[in-house]
Design a protein around this ligand. Structure first.
Ligand SMILES: [Zn+2]
Length: 323
């Protein structure tokens, strides 16, 4: 059984389901494998990576989990769907081919010109929803979508929660604390990310993880990802979570999205400024003909600043810290 190699070599396995150790496995599509424990289980979990094809470290983490399931080093007590999101971009070593897949979910793909990526987003929505519908109704539902950031970050590892009205799941918060996250970021409105979709469509406790800076395949120091790796494995095997080794996690809410609306759009920070760079009250954060965006309080932070996005798209998120 091969996970990443099948994608890289565009191989469709001859055998599409079987049994191994204590679980039944199914190949559901390119890079989409379902594992169901034979005994009863209390959690159903999607772990995804490679929605951005050049984010190699999380892809390698999933590859290790996949092999440890089949070689018996990881004892599965949770129903699991492993997903490599964008096979074409993974083969190409690029973030995406035509359009960013993590802006396409919750049906947004239908508004874009049809491409392999829009079809893939539609397929992922369908299969993930089906995975949760097939799980027993009383089980807890989780989705961890793994990413690495393009730019450096003052807070290197952080989690982003999609907007939801109900309280955030305590078990997920505990797992992120154990995974040594530096920060948690909470969206204030529904977006079109993969985790927004699972949270909305299947009432899943969903979270997007940014695990540090991306490197080319094979050059990642996976020990940098030990904390999240241990936590995911503990969740899959129903083991005790590791103990946090960092200071208290910091919490931020998204208070605005900066949209690039005009050709003269500028951000008031260096091109390579790190994530969580901050502004003082009254400072201009973004300037463009249609109006400036000004910091409303001290320590207003920016996340994912990017002046190179297409017009009409998000050029950064504005955050305020809360206790
Ligand atoms: Zn990403």
């Amino acid at each position: 059984m091969n996970f990443l190699k099948d994608i890289l070599q565009q191989i469709i396995p001859l055998q599409k389901q079987g049994e191994s150790h204590n679980f039944i496995w199914q190949w559901l599509g390119e890079g989409i494998w379902c594992f169901t424990p034979k005994q009863s289980y209390e959690k159903s979990m999607v772990i995804s990576a490679g929605i951005h094809g050049n984010e190699t470290a999380p892809i390698e983490l999933l590859e290790q989990i996949f092999h440890d399931l089949f070689n018996g080093n990881l004892h599965l007590k949770t129903r699991l769907l492993l997903v490599l999101g964008n096979p074409d971009a993974i083969r190409n070593g690029s973030r995406y081919i035509e359009n960013d897949m993590n802006r396409m979910f919750l049906g947004k793909y239908a508004q874009l010109e049809k491409s392999k990526e829009t079809q893939r987003a539609e397929q992922l929505e369908h299969l993930v929803q089906q995975f949760f519908e097939e799980s027993k109704p009383q089980v807890q539902r989780y989705h961890y979508d793994l990413h690495t950031a393009i730019r450096s970050s003052l807070l290197p590892v952080f989690a982003i929660f999609p907007y939801q009205q109900e309280a955030y799941d305590e078990d997920v918060l505990r797992s992120l604390n154990a995974a040594d996250m530096d920060a948690l970021v909470f969206h204030g409105e529904t977006g079109h990310t993969f985790t927004s979709f699972t949270q909305r469509a299947s009432q899943v406790a969903s979270v997007t993880l940014e695990l540090g800076a991306a490197k080319p395949s094979g050059q990642n120091d996976l020990s940098q990802f030990n904390a999240i790796n241990s936590v995911l494995r503990a969740l899959l095997s129903d083991n005790i979570l590791p103990t946090r080794t960092k200071n208290t996690v910091r919490k931020f809410k998204v208070v605005a999205s900066i949209l690039k609306q005009d050709d003269d759009f500028k951000l008031n920070l260096a091109e390579d400024a790190p994530n969580f760079s901050s502004f003082e009250q009254g400072q201009i954060i973004a300037a463009q003909r249609s109006g400036n965006y000004i910091a409303q309080q001290d320590y207003t932070c920016i996340l994912f600043p990017n002046i190179h996005v297409k017009k009409g798209l998000r050029a950064g998120l504005i955050l305020e810290e809360f206790k």
